[in-house]
Ligand binder design. Structure first.
Ligand SMILES: CC(=O)N[C@H]1[C@@H](OP(=O)(O)OP(=O)(O)OC[C@H]2O[C@@H](n3ccc(=O)[nH]c3=O)[C@H](O)[C@@H]2O)O[C@H](CO)[C@@H](O)[C@@H]1O
Ligand SMILES: C=C(OP(=O)(O)O)C(=O)O
Length: 421
């Protein structure tokens, strides 16, 4: 398995270009299966999860081609509604095909999706929403069999504003008969991006970004070109990289309002941040101040930035408390940061972090995507070398991470890469 070796102690300085958003492109690529046309998606990041989504679409019969950062999906030839268990297991986002395939073919057969090990990740809210539209579910041999005579618009109240359930239901309702009203919907920027993509194709969706989304079913969709939004979590990760190394980094191709809670926390920690429409400049300080962080659905502080903040607060002045309210078990990185000398105690859903002077490099494991990012950040500031194992998790969600860090003056290298990892 590949590892990263990070040599700590260098300030990151210069400019970095942020890639397209993983969590926007995955549902959008799945959404191409809704139509029988050819759709080109631009600003697609080179990620392991994107490769898996291409593989899944191809396994269904779609023709998928890629040129630089543009992926074109011809969905006309999709002739299967079953996703093999081995593919389903590879990532969480395979579940996004449930809504589109059901909407187009009135049936789909899938197993439980995989994904990061960050606690239980049920799909009951996806199922409840699709049932309300008329889908019938049967379970057997590890698969979920979903069928509908026809999908009919419904009034659906989500018990929790689940990002994935909101997206799946939006896609299923796009071609349903009549209007669907989705209440307590997730408000993440990726939901707005999905609405914009679907509306370009001819869907009639209003309200994404608020907690009530109205989807008026349409019969026909057209072929389009669509550019996904920049990745707000990659943006936040590089902001923390600048802050933790006392660096000075200009982030290009960003939407600052999407990462506002992270900007606010970094400012509270003493970091200097300036931004305009599509760039953010981060100037670090020798020692950040302790801050308390509580993860919440958007526009609250994103759970996908929690591990990176834990790395930063490990070397802050004072005691910080991080409370994780979205996922039950998203503190695995705390054990690895402790190996590097961090002083972190976990009490139920909170982590209490006593800032220390220095972290020290050692061998650590990336238990999931953002845990891996946190360990890279910790490695950048630690004394000596840090070896981060199992970096395939990091490759799921960061495009060219080592090249980008290297260009900013950080020292990071990949070792023992195997071609099919
Ligand atoms: C590909 C993608 O976009 N992934 C993001 C998406 O994941 P994902 O869409 O899986 O996250 P959700 O918003 O659905 O999950 C949030 C919470 O709701 C619970 N839940 C969810 C669905 C369900 O049917 N039942 C249920 O109980 C989950 O277990 C979790 O505790 O949003 C998360 C929360 O911002 C992010 O961390 C992920 O990076
Ligand atoms: C948890 C994440 O992703 P996924 O939902 O794809 O597992 C993430 O991006 O941090």
């Amino acid at each position: 398995m590949s590892s990263f070796i990070v040599e700590g102690g260098n300030r990151l300085t210069g400019e970095v270009e942020i890639s397209g958003a993983k969590n926007a492109v995955l549902p959008i690529l799945a959404g191409t299966a809704l139509s029988s046309g050819e759709n080109s998606i631009h600003q697609v990041p080179k990620l392991r999860d994107v490769r898996v989504m291409k593989e899944v679409l191809e396994s269904l019969g779609a023709e998928v081609s890629q040129e630089d950062d543009v992926i074109t999906v011809n969905s006309r030839l999709i002739d299967s509604c079953e996703i093999a268990e081995a593919l389903m297991r590879k990532m969480r986002a395979t579940v996004f095909l449930m809504g589109p395939l059901l909407a187009r073919f009135n049936q789909v057969r899938i197993s439980q999706p995989g994904g990061c090990s960050i606690g239980p990740r049920p799909i009951d809210l996806h199922i409840k929403g699709l049932k309300a539209l008329g889908a019938k579910f049967t379970e057997g041999h590890g698969y979920l069999e979903v069928k509908a005579d026809k999908l009919v618009g419904a009034d659906i109240h989500l018990d929790f504003p689940s990002v994935g359930a909101t997206e799946n239901i939006m896609m299923a309702a796009t071609k349903a008969k009549g209007t669907t009203v989705l209440r307590n919907a997730a408000k993440e920027p990726e939901i707005i991006d999905l609405q914009n993509f679907l509306n370009c194709m001819g869907a009639e969706i209003r309200g994404a970004g608020t907690d009530m989304i109205k989807i008026k079913g349409v019969e026909k969709l057209q072929s389009i070109n669509y550019t996904v939004i920049p990745d707000r979590i990659e943006t936040g990760t590089f902001m923390v990289a600048a802050a933790i190394t006392n660096g000075e980094v200009l982030l290009q191709n960003v939407i600052p309002e999407h990462i506002e809670p992270v900007i606010a926390k970094l400012i509270e920690a003493g970091v200097e941040i300036k931004y305009d429409q599509d760039q953010i400049k981060v100037t670090g300080v020798p020692k950040v101040k302790a801050v308390d962080v509580k993860t919440l659905p958007y526009p609250g502080f994103p759970t996908d930035m929690q591990p990176q903040f834990m790395a930063l607060l490990s070397v802050a002045e004072g005691t910080s408390v991080i409370t994780e309210t979205i996922f039950e078990n998203r503190f695995k990185h705390a054990d690895e940061l402790r190996r590097m000398g961090a002083d972190i105690k976990i009490e139920s859903r909170s982590a209490i972090i006593e800032g220390i002077d220095n972290l020290s490099g050692t061998v650590v494991e990336a238990s999931d995507l953002r845990a891996g990012a946190a360990l890279v950040l910790a490695g950048l500031v630690a004394e000596n070398k840090t070896e981060i194992k199992d970096i395939y998790h990091i490759d799921r969600g960061y495009e060219d991470l080592e090249e980008k860090i290297d260009r900013l003056g950080g020292q990071i290298s990949r070792v023992k890469e195997e071609p099919n990892e």
